[in-house]
Ligand binder design. Sequence first.
Ligand code: 8YV
Length: 315
Amino acid sequence: MSKPNILMIGPYPEWDMVELEAQFEVHKLYEAPDREAFLAQRGADIRGIATRGELGASAELIEKLPKLEIISVYGVGYDAVNLDAARARGIRVTNTPDVLTNDVADLGIGMMLVQSRGMIGAETWVKDGSWTAKGLYPLKRRVWGRKAGVLGLGRIGCEVAKRLKGFDMDIAYSDVSAKDFAKDMTFIADPVELADRSDFLFVTLAASAVTRHIVSKPVIEALGPEGMLINISRASNIDEDALLDALESGKLGSAALDVFEGEPKLNPRFLTLGNVLVQPHHASGTIETRRAMGKLVRDNLACHFAGQTLPTPVL
Ligand code: 8YV
């Protein structure tokens, strides 16, 4: 029997390519010299998409694939997939939850520590001779025992909170409602109030049209000149212009960001700021997690084409 044709929107690690090519007829849209010509020629053969969280699948793309049955996302976030277009055609959508939760939380905590203790600047201090020439490195802010806010107490938010407890922090969270399992944390519905009582504000909620710019100018300014914003979710959850203004004016103390509007090209204003730690959207980027994500993408595709229950369906 011939292998199902699948379309890849962006590359995966080599180990996944080997496995995918063994199971499917793989077409790499990202390598096509002329995407439109490729879609016009081969679009009607495609039965599955393997995409990445930040790349998703647009309505325009879905429309060009009349035989599309499934979109398998390598990532927990599926906000870049046009769910309405998929739903209208009965196209299944899957993601890779759980397997990446701990790594994403680890990166958030790591960024908090690196940024609060000024570790990047401290390394430069050693390497550029400042330690010998100028003496002691400027004092930075402590992490343990301070106040943290978690915006979105889902899987990733819970793992962030669990780690923050290890730093004896006073933790509050916002979500659509108070969670029974989170009685040792303070529930604050309003993100502005949450930011106001936080030294560190973690953004951990799944992005959607509803959460767009939930971290608004008032939220950013409530966090204040001593506060730090840490984003390990999606850029769309933050009003990026307001964030840049506040970082430039000092109305916000600092930020640690793994995601950006228009990434990988980010707003050049970020590049000249001394109070922002920037990371290349790699919170799930460990070999262990990426292997598990790749396997889940393939398992979802394989189950679909075998007529079996999907391991991690979204739609
Ligand atoms: C990316 C992500 O998919 O899980 C998500 O939602 O955005 C990430 O895991 C990953 O960086 C691969 O591009």
